[in-house]
Design a protein around this ligand. Structure first.
Ligand code: AGP
Length: 606
């Protein structure tokens, strides 16, 4: 949510900032701005996309120090004035910010009483005015920022420059990510490694409460009490090419199409043919500890939560441990009972989602054991957890999650296999699941080959004002994720219900204007699902069935037939045609597929 880039070094900052912002645009895209320091601060900011900003940044914007921002509005509507950076009244200090300052109104009133004139409606502008005051009484910009932040309540990742100190940028973090990039006689900072990988793979993650001072020849980090901190440098294995569309029209289609490879990467080196178990070295638990859990509680937000529902089902089926999933955003606010014999699992593609991070922190505070299923190596949630499983799916750029969703479900299958095989899952069933997992990449290729059919179906159904998605038990999270994909990128209203719940209310909605996507796996519930299809058709509802075999045309207008795997693993495959369906519906409706309105990729605010 919002992207920050900072640069200090021998090159001109502006092109580097613009390039970095382009890479971060998926985090927020309603306005953007840059400021460079060269005998005073030179700033441009606009409502719109980074391309709109690039069009107004003049070539004469020289200077080797600068900060930039791409915004997802929280305080104040998207506008040129509300776009970041924000300057102090004397135009000495410039700030970009990601997060929310909760006491902004109170600080603003005090600053206004002291003579400050505010230009924007943002919470961020209080920071530039505050730092402009503290800098006059401080020996360094770092000290000024630290003193100002002591008055701030809320979350922030910030980058600050001072026109009177043209060789340094100060960044700070509390709840919103900041990562430093170490170059050759140049330093970078950003809210995401995506902005850095073109220039360096050597990165350092800031912790909450830390402040860093970046100069061309290096950096220093400090805790909030001004003590210098020691940092570990990580080498990221994501490359600049991972952030290109690779010849596809949209990132989303690229990421859907990558899934045979990304699933193979999630599985790589983790299946043991001797004991038919999954090796998950990052769990940091021995077999005795692994056996001691009596419940599994899974938390995540949005699609991560839906993949957690698939995970809970897999764990109950394969390990016979009671498991359930809950939105992390709900879990963290309801003072959950945290038990020593419950294994908590937090899911996050980005590893930054604030609600999930806060839920993990609440769990840790109460002594809970938390595993993370995370895609972004070294991210805040990954670092906060006691252990976990990395997805190795590569960066996911499109706002709608696809490959990370699928890899998360695969990671849960591995975890369920692992938990099952230290309990009562037989070697024969362990082997069956291992073999099923190995078949997934090729079966995903077969499903991707259905794209022309799904494109036609998407065109046919995209005109509907509203769609129902239904599934039973294993099919229900698949239906929820299918509805989520459709609504977030095509803006077609979609509801997901357990198939058996239809007759308890939502059947009243069914009619020719409300088609249903029904998930109908060939499992022990097939007959029940076919009865549901009959009930929908009897009310004049159109049905698009996604399952393992075509059904009687009296029960469904259209059938998408996907390959069968083991019944426990089928939800992973059944989700993929729904991604292509949503993608083509969004394209047919002319939507901004990779950057849907009102959304951002990483939700780093509450
Ligand atoms: C998915 O399509 C959504 N964009 C969204 O629900 C997402 O899954 C959610 O915000 C969680 O993100 P995370 O996995 O990065 O924590």
């Amino acid at each position: 949510m919002c992207g920050i880039v900072a640069y200090v070094g021998p090159k001109d900052a502006a092109p580097i900032l613009l390039e970095g912002l382009q890479r971060l645009e998926y985090r927020g895209y309603d306005s953007a701005g840059v400021v460079v320091s060269n005998k005073g601060l030179k700033m441009r900011k606009v409502k719109g996309r980074v391309a709109d900003l690039a069009a107004v940044v003049p070539a004469r914007f020289k200077g080797g120090l600068g900060i930039g921002h791409t915004r997802w509005a929280t305080h104040g509507a998207p506008s040129d004035v509300n776009a970041h950076p924000h300057l102090s009244g004397d135009e000495r200090i410039a700030v970009v910010h990601n997060g929310i300052i909760e006491n902004a109104d109170e600080l603003r009133a005090k600053l206004e009483a002291d003579g400050a004139i505010f230009l924007s409606e943002t919470d961020t502008e209080v920071l530039s005015h505050l730092i402009a005051r503290t800098v006059k009484e401080s020996d360094s910009l770092e000290e000024a920022v630290r003193t100002a932040l002591k008055r701030v309540v809320g979350t922030y990742g910030i980058a600050v420059i001072d026109s009177e100190r043209p060789g340094e940028v100060v960044v700070a973090r509390n709840g919103s990510p900041i990562v430093l990039g170490i170059g050759e006689k140049e330093m970078f900072a950003a809210s995401d490694v995506a902005a850095l990988v073109r220039y360096t793979r050597q990165v350092v993650h800031l912790e909450d409460g830390e402040i860093a001072v970046l100069k061309a020849d290096g950096f220093n980090t400090f805790a909030s009490d001004a003590r210098e901190t020691a940092k570990e440098t990580l080498t990221v294995d994501w490359e600049a090419g991972h952030y290109d569309t690779g010849g596809y029209e949209h990132y989303l289609l690229k990421e859907i199409s990558e899934q045979p490879d990304t699933v193979a990467r999630t599985l790589r080196g983790r299946l043991d043919d001797r004991f038919h178990i999954a090796h998950l070295g990052g769990l940091n638990m021995d077999a005795r500890e692994t056996r001691s859990f009596r419940r599994v509680k899974i938390i995540g937000c949005g699609s991560a939560y839906y993949s957690g529902q698939i995970g809970a089902q897999l764990i109950e089926e394969l390990a016979r441990i009671p498991a359930d999933a809950e939105p992390a955003s709900e879990f963290r606010y309801r003072s959950p009972v945290v038990e020593a014999d419950t294994l908590y699992v937090a899911i996050s593609q980005s590893g930054e989602t604030y609600d999930t991070l806060a839920a993990v922190q609440e769990l840790k505070r109460k002594g809970g054991r938390v595993l993370g299923i995370v895609n972004t190596v070294g991210s805040a949630i990954a670092r906060e957890c006691d252990g976990g499983v990395y997805l190795h799916a590569g960066p996911e750029v499109s706002v709608a999650s696809t490959k990370a969703f699928t890899s998360t479900a695969v990671a849960f299958a591995l975890l369920a296999l692992h938990l099952g095989r230290v309990r009562d899952l037989s070697p024969a069933d362990g082997r069956r699941i291992c073999e099923g997992l190995r078949r997934l990449p090729d079966q995903i290729k077969e499903i991707l080959a259905l794209e022309p059919q799904l494109q036609e179906l998407a065109k046919k159904y995209a005109e509907a004002p509203s769609m129902m998605f239904v599934g039973r038990v294993r099919g229900y999270p698949v239906a929820r994720e299918g509805a989520q994909k459709l609504k977030e990128i095509s803006y077609v209203h979609a509801e997901a219900y357990p198939a058996s719940e239809l007759k308890h209310g939502p059947l009243a909605l069914i009619g020719p204007d409300m088609p249903t996507v029904a998930i109908v796996p060939d499992d022990e519930l097939l007959d029940k699902n076919l009865t549901t299809l009959g009930e929908i058709r009897a009310r004049g509802g159109r049905v698009l069935m996604v399952g393992h075999r075509a059904v009687d045309p009296k029960l469904a207008d259209d059938c998408v037939v996907v390959p069968r795997n083991e019944i426990e693993l089928d939800p992973i495959l059944l989700s993929i045609p729904l991604q292509l369906f949503a993608y083509h519906a969004a394209v047919a409706l002319g939507r901004d597929v990779d950057k849907p309105r009102n959304l951002a990729k990483s939700v780093t605010v509450e």
